[in-house]
Structures are given as structure tokens and as C-alpha cells.
Design a binder for this molecule. Sequence first.
Ligand SMILES: C[S@@+](CC[C@H](N)C(=O)[O-])C[C@H]1O[C@@H](n2cnc3c(N)ncnc32)[C@H](O)[C@@H]1O
Length: 287
Amino acid sequence: MRRGEGAALRLDGAGSELEEIEIKLLLEGIQLAYGYDFREYALNPLRRGIFAEMARERVSTVSAYQDRLLHDAACMQRFLGTVGVNVTSMFRDPELMLAVREEVVPLLRTYPSSRVWVAGCATGEEVYGFAILLEDEGVLDRCSIYATDFNEDMLAVARMGSYPLERIRRYEDAYRTSGGRGSLADHYSVAGRSARFDRRLARSVTWAKHNLATDGSFNDFHLIVCANVLIYFRESLQERAHRLIYDSLIRGGFLALGKRESLVSRPDRDHYEQARDGVNLFRKTRW
Ligand SMILES: C[S@@+](CC[C@H](N)C(=O)[O-])C[C@H]1O[C@@H](n2cnc3c(N)ncnc32)[C@H](O)[C@@H]1O
């Protein structure tokens, strides 16, 4: 089949040359119209997200989807939610949290004030988890936590601090494995079927929009948590984000990554040492 001859992208179609062109144009359009840059995201999850959204919007070609998305900001928001992959939970990696308690908190105790950045925080469960950990350890009051995501809808949920009770109850075991003292239920109040995290936890948290693909760095963090975000980036974008993270950490500061992420194959791995075997917690050793 020659290019363009009835080769419109079908939902069940495998990747074709035309599909690649359409996706490229879609990503260019999104960048120009909305400023979000997905051009360096890993192709397979990106393509899955595009198809899922096309099915939801009931359009059969990427070009038709592009037309809708460029003219409808709500459609763009839905795209962000799907392609940004907003799956999250509390105490998702309890061993990592335990390592943060035992390796990072002693460092935080040596400073009168310290800074924590949770990048790609989705709907905030992870952030409340870290706030509870820091409160357990008696250092929350002197910590400033910056919780960022590129999706405002996620941040709006996070700011509310209210989640389905049934789901939050399921995190009790992971909380204990993470070294939690007492019960997770000590940190929220129940209203109907919702669990609302105590306001004092959020007092130390600043929620802000930040895009790891396009925005600049912050400064002087003692701990940066960036879990299950970089895995969706291609190598070049991972490099950008890692540079930004590295520049934002103090010397001796810690970086926590997701379970499936690592620094092992990264060129800058020599700038960090692994803080604990088998756990994705790294300490910056060089400038
Ligand atoms: C799979 S969730 C991970 C959430 C949480 N860190 C965790 O481990 O449970 C990925 C999050 O990264 C955010 N994200 C994706 N691309 C981003 C970017 N370029 N800049 C900032 N956040 C991004 C998404 O909106 C989503 O909330």
C-alpha cells in the first residue's frame, strides 16, 4: 500500500508510517497549542494512551482526534490524565519508605529546616504518606514539602486530601511495613465513605504545577522523591529530568526513585551512591 492510500490509523492497527506521522503532528500540535511537550515520552505507553483516549472520544483516526483535542481544552485535560498515567497509592514501596526513615531522617534532624520535593505527585497519596512519616519522626514541623505535578486536576484532588475510605484502609499494612508508628487511621478523620487527612499534615505542603519536561529546577532540596514518572520518558528526556533533579539536590541530599527505576545505567550514576542495597534510594556525593 502506498502512503496515504486508505492507510488511516485504525484503533486495532499496528504502528504504520502514517500513524507515526499523525502522532508526531498530534504532539507538535499539543506543544504549540497547550505548551505540554510529549515528544520525548516513551512511544508505547504514549500510543496506548492516545488509543485509549481515541476510543473514549469515539474517533477512529489520530488526525480526527487531533482536531478535537486542539479545539477542546477539556479533551486535552482528559489526555493529560491518561497519557500522564496518574495511577498512584500510599506507601507504594514500603521498603523505600523505611529506608527514608532510617537513612534520610537522621540527616533532616541535623538541619533547623529542610526541604523535600515530591515530583509527579499525582493525586497526593504519596505526599500524605511522606508527611505522615515525617510527623511520626517528629520532623514535619521543620520540613517544607513541595509537591508538584504537571496536571492541575491531580493537584486539585491532592489539595482536598480526601480519598475513598475503603482504599485508604487497605494501606494499613504497607504503612506498618514502612516503619509506621501506631495506626494510619490516627492521621485521618472519617466523613461518610471518605477519609480526610488531618490538615496539620498539609500545613507543610506547597502544591504547585511543574513540568519536568519543560520547567526549570528548584534549589537546595535534602530529599527528592520522583517515583514512577521517569519510566514514561525516553532516554533524552530522562537525562533532562535527572539533570534538573541533580541540580536541585544539596550535596549529601537523597533521591528516591520508583521500584522499576534505577540509576544503574545512567552516566551520572557516579555522582550518587546507593544508600541501601535493594532499595532505590541514592545519595548525591558530588557537585
Ligand atoms: C504513575 S504516576 C506516579 C505518581 C506517584 N509518584 C507514585 O509513584 O505513585 C505519574 C505522575 O507523573 C505525572 N507526570 C507525567 N509527566 C510529567 C511531567 N512531564 N512533569 C511532571 N509530572 C508529570 C502525571 O501527571 C502523574 O501524576
